[in-house]
Design a protein around this ligand. Sequence first.
Ligand code: ADP
Ligand code: MG
Length: 339
Amino acid sequence: VRPEFDLISRIRALARRYSPELVLGIGDDAAVLKRPSGRWSLVTTDALIEDIHFRREYTPARLLGHKALAVNLSDIAAMGGTPREFLLTLALPEDFDQAYFDEFLDGLLATADASATILIGGDLSASRAGMTIVITVLGDCPAHQAVRRDGAMPGDSIYVTGQVGLSALGLSLLQSGVRLSDALSDLQKRALLAHLAPVPRLALGKYLGEHRIADAMIDVSDGLSSDLFHICEESGVGAVIFSDCLPLVIEARNWGADPLVLALQGGEDYELLFTVRKQKLPLITEVQSAFPDIPLTCIGQIIAEPRKMYLERQGHRESLEPRGYEHFRKAPGGASPIL
Ligand code: ADP
Ligand code: MG
């Protein structure tokens, strides 16, 4: 790659955008922003580490740029907010491929444009072990209207957008050697793209927040069972999932995968998981007609038993454990690396 300051100039040249709230962007010691009154700021950060979160070998550069921002936008969506600006911190191996970098930046800035989010700064460093991307997004929402994880109440219905388990299917296809450039079936392509290029549910999240339809919300990043458990823990409630209602990727069976396991434990779907009070349920019809292309599925109900989750199939309830991706989970028999 080029020297640090060439890279920063290139980023600056391509990224420079104006917004009424930006007083000073890339180029000084800090960015300077104005903030409208009556709104609350949202701040979130997420890292993508090579060989932990992605493999460069099967990740097209453009899609990596997109995904690095998209996973952060998804967190803003899950608060019911609007993303405004972001910071980009990169650590790159010294021999990093220039063309890969340029395409990465292209993909990233295209997604920034599509979400009206502007790059206002960051940092650059050399790396001894692969590429690290850390993005921090700043956003806002109307005062008092951030949709938190702790607002669920017994009797609420639980909803999820889209399909769950598609990204995990995509990952397992990639791991078994399937590539985006191969001749793919429609489903294979959708699965690979769900993993490589997830679409954050920004407009829907904002709608659910601003119309006060969701009382608790989270995005599905770790796996449906883990993410639902976060809502249960924070809200001091439990949940029942109706197995037959889950929007599963049934065709995953054709590849020897269990669609239910992919959905409950898979993660990285970046769909929204939210709860709705009984008296707000009629509003779901309006949400669905405002977003006709995003399936909304009622998958269960919040119960009073704290931290207890159940899976209900054919009238029979079994206990449901939170499972999903965990970075520092002890490998069976192995030592825990950090925690
Ligand atoms: P400092 O020494 O003050 O940290 P830098 O030389 O790291 O300054 O950065 C100079 C300017 O370039 C700053 O405005 C910084 O936010 C911006 N910048 C550095 N790296 C990036 C990056 N990866 N993406 C966007 N802006 C960056
Ligand atoms: Mg710096």
